[in-house]
Design a protein. Sequence first.
Length: 229
Amino acid sequence: MNQRISRRDFIAHAGGAIVTISLPGIFVQLMDQENLALAGERRPDGRPRLPPGQQGVKKIIDMGGVEGTAGESDWKLQLHGEVEKPTTLNLNEMLELSQVSVTCDVHCVTGWTLLDSEWSGVRLTTIMELVEIKASARFVTFEAAAGYTSNIPLSEARKQNVILAHRFFGRKLPRPHGAPVRALVPDRYFYKSAKWLEGIRFTARDEPGYWERLGYSNSADPWKEERMQ
Ligand SMILES: Nc1nc2c(c(=O)[nH]1)N[C@H]1C(S)=C(S)[C@@H](COP(=O)(O)O)O[C@H]1N2
Ligand SMILES: [Mo]
């Protein structure tokens, strides 16, 4: 999704994209037995693997956005806001922190879901301990290249599957998907997972992010189908 387009254009654009990617072989649907079986499963919390109104895909779809300009050597992550120890991390410092792998499903608000995607990186909780967030911190704003932002409450940020990802299926994260580092918030629509991450700001008040201000749901729960406000 291009960030410079208006909401109405976006809806038209998204509609067009769905038509385009619905062509057989491009929008690869969950037609084989294995993926159909996965889609029919339930999560440990009892909810269905495939949220309502979602269609499985076999490969992640490149949704675009304005790419960051930082490479691995000059990338920096600014950690600030309601924290005791404002910190800036470079990629090496990030890689020295405790690393985890997450296998999860990701759900794009335009209707596609990628089941069993594999990501690695650093838990957001590890970052929260590092900077010692203040008691006043209640929300997190991810700050990405070109002014893209997204926001989640601290209750979501504390989940074990919320990470800052720099690897995807065992390899370096591809550039179109947010390299060097992106946010990953699997249990919310994918617009919460900011690519080309440049900063994390802890806030006392909720600050709606880029798509949230344009009318997309702030809570973005795929199982409640919270797509628009
Ligand atoms: N910086 C940035 N992050 C972003 C976006 C963006 O435009 N810019 N788009 C969001 C949206 S709407 C989606 S669906 C996912 C898409 O990620 P993907 O391109 O890796 O599939 O990234 C999210 N993160
Ligand atoms: Mo999206």
